[in-house]
Write a protein that binds this ligand. Structure first.
Ligand code: FMN
Length: 186
């Protein structure tokens, strides 16, 4: 039997980070091999243990220290990945991706990975509408990154408008579409 699709999922420091837990669950239901990398900020919102348990793999956060032995494994995963997904993606990580900054485990693994990149942003409406974020969005789209549009509605910050993480089942469908177009079906 062919290996299941290997998905790298980056989770960043957004209030929507808890919704990535359901995203992992839906991916596992599809039979995908899911490996999660969190930013340090993301761990302020959801514990590593949640993603470790749902994905059935260790979760990477740190580049240095006790986890360092595990880093080569992540570089190996960057080579093996069929799709790299970042959901939710903060304004900060969008900006880093646009500039090619690689100052933590997630962003350095993104640069090391040649698989298609799917990014689902989530942020406050003013962060989303900020010219810097909109300029970064255009840069990433022009580079071929599959940007999933934010949803509109009530935001955790109390505002109304665009900025919500897209529905997670829709994110899974986008990833499935990318896998199908690469001929890598579960
Ligand atoms: C309660 C709270 C919620 C936040 N939610 C978001 C968010 O949804 N999107 C975003 O871009 N930043 C959000 N931030 C700000 C980020 O956490 C902050 O920019 C952080 O540096 C992002 O780190 P990372 O991009 O490395 O994960 C939030 C901050 C706090 C305190």
């Amino acid at each position: 039997m062919a290996n299941p699709p290997c998905i790298l999922l980056g989770v960043t420091g957004s209030i929507a980070a808890y919704r990535a837990a359901e995203l992992v669950r839906l991916m596992i239901v599809r039979g995908w091999d899911v490996h999660v990398i969190m930013t340090r900020s993301a761990t302020e919102f959801v514990g590593k243990l949640t993603f470790q348990t749902l994905s059935r793999h260790p979760v990477g956060v740190e580049q240095w220290g006790d986890e360092a032995n595990w880093r080569p494994e992540h570089i190996a995963l960057a080579d093996r990945a069929d799709v790299f997904v970042i959901a939710p993606c903060t304004a900060n990580v969008m900006a880093k991706l646009a500039c090619g900054i690689a100052d933590d485990l997630l962003t350095s693994t993104v640069l090391a990975c040649q698989a298609p990149l799917v990014v689902a942003p989530a942020m406050n409406v003013h962060m989303w509408e900020h010219p810097a974020t909109q300029a970064n969005l255009k840069i990433l789209q022009a580079r071929g990154v599959r940007m999933i549009d934010v949803a509109e509605g009530d935001l955790a910050c109390g505002y109304q408008g665009k900025g919500r993480l897209a529905p997670v089942d829709g994110i899974v469908e986008v990833v499935q579409g990318v896998l199908d177009s690469r001929g890598s079906k579960p």
